[in-house]
Design a protein around this ligand. Structure first.
Ligand SMILES: [Zn+2]
Length: 412
């Protein structure tokens, strides 16, 4: 079903894309492997780009193994006596669960003037049209702006939500800097919906804070992950080598390139770009955040269920007010747990997921000066297969994300 939908989408939305260019994940495995076992058995496969790290923590990593490499990877693990567990033996089957079509799409457009819902994943145009709809329908509360254009010329839209208090503090929420993290984008869109369409429920926080929400920070990559390659992560910059993309969350200009990055433009995941802010998406968004000077910042990613506290650029450096950030993060943790009983671990980024320089939260905290800056890794946790969050769980993941935002905003 997934391939049929993908092919249809490609024909409908991108004309020239051929069926061959849609990537299938039939028979791909995702394995959970101890970190030292990955080093022992799979280092050369990782360096060659044959298998890739997805998620994990400081003890175990989730490794995506394409079907053509399964025999080789399993063989290497066995030869090295590495214990591992199989999270899925057919990634495509998992993805088929997430790509349910929106049953109400057409009905919604006629009934409510937009096609958004939180029971299916949506294309960029649905999300951007929904932002325009909110601004048009609630002009006293919501307004749309663009931070600039992507490499392929798409708008970097964000929504300002304000009750008109001129002394309001500012709070920025974003998602989707990594293309394939669809639940992060859906959750940011849900934050907009709630704060605008159900704003009376949140009057006390909206009276003192203006929110700025950008649900799709990487529109080119997001579209590509819908049309061609579900697991695409980077933007869509074309390099002279023929390789494509930079990791926008390794490209921000604070301790750029110091750890957890690749300097090889062909790296499928963590190429940091030619220099800090080499990419128009990260540069344009940073310009807007820089001029707004928000006091709160939360970036949604998937997955792992973490509330990550900066800095991430090395293994040990924390901001001076780390304990205050941790105190507030624990409030968010409690609020998120209250939604459905799920635990989001709180901690310093390198301790929970490893160091990586050039992330948006590091720059917003270290350069733009936002006091309360966090990265949320949303559902699922590391016991399940990462990016393919089933569509039926979008809604609860988004409610948890909103609860975390409100808990932090209350403390700003
Ligand atoms: Zn991410």
């Amino acid at each position: 079903m997934y391939r049929a939908i993908a092919l249809l989408s490609a024909v409908l939305f991108a004309g020239s894309i051929s069926a061959e260019s849609v990537v299938s994940y039939d028979g791909d495995n995702v394995l959970s492997i101890p970190v030292d076992g990955v080093e022992k058995a799979l280092r050369s496969l990782i360096d060659n780009g044959d298998v890739e790290r997805w998620g994990g923590n400081v003890t175990h990593l989730q490794i995506h193994v394409p079907s053509a490499k399964v025999e080789e990877a399993i063989g290497a693990l066995a030869r090295n006596d590495v214990d591992y567990s199989i999270l899925t033996e057919d990634l495509q089957r998992d993805l088929d669960q997430e790509t349910v079509a929106s049953k109400n799409r057409v009905r919604n457009i006629f009934r409510s003037g937009h096609s958004m819902d939180w029971t299916s994943y949506h294309r960029l145009s649905d999300i951007h049209n929904y932002m325009d709809y909110l601004a048009k329908t609630y002009p006293n509360v919501a307004s749309v702006a663009s931070a600039g254009k992507t490499i392929e010329g798409r708008d970097l839209k964000y929504l300002k939500i304000s009750s008109g208090n001129r002394n309001a503090k500012k709070f920025w929420v974003d998602g989707g800097i990594h293309a394939r993290e669809w639940a992060a984008t859906a959750s940011a869109a849900y934050v907009m919906k709630e704060l605008v369409e159900n704003r009376s429920k949140y009057a006390s926080v909206l009276n003192k804070i203006d929110f700025y929400v950008m649900p799709v920070m990487n529109p080119d990559g997001y579209e590509y992950s819908h049309t061609n390659e579900r697991m695409w992560r980077k933007n869509r910059r074309r390099h002279s080598s023929g390789c494509v993309g930079a990791d926008l969350n390794r490209n921000w200009g604070f301790h750029w390139g110091e750890s957890g990055v690749s300097k090889n433009p062909c790296d499928p995941q963590i190429y940091a770009g030619a220099k800090a802010f080499s990419e128009p998406e990260s540069q344009s968004i940073a310009n807007v955040i820089s001029s707004l000077k928000p006091e709160g910042y939360i970036s949604f990613h998937t997955y792992g269920q973490y509330i990550l506290i900066p800095f991430a650029f090395d293994d040990y450096t924390k901001p001076n007010d780390f304990n205050e950030l941790r105190r507030v993060a624990l409030k968010a943790q409690a609020a998120m747990k209250a939604v459905a009983g799920e635990t989001y671990k709180v901690g310093h980024t390198p301790t929970l997921v490893g160091a990586a320089a050039g992330g948006s939260d590091d720059w917003v905290k270290g350069v733009a000066g936002a006091k309360y800056a966090y990265t949320f890794e949303l559902r699922p946790n590391n016991d399940r297969v990462g990016f393919a969050l089933p569509a039926r769980l979008i809604s609860v993941a988004a409610q948890e994300a909103l609860a975390g935002v409100l808990a932090v905003a209350n403390e700003v």
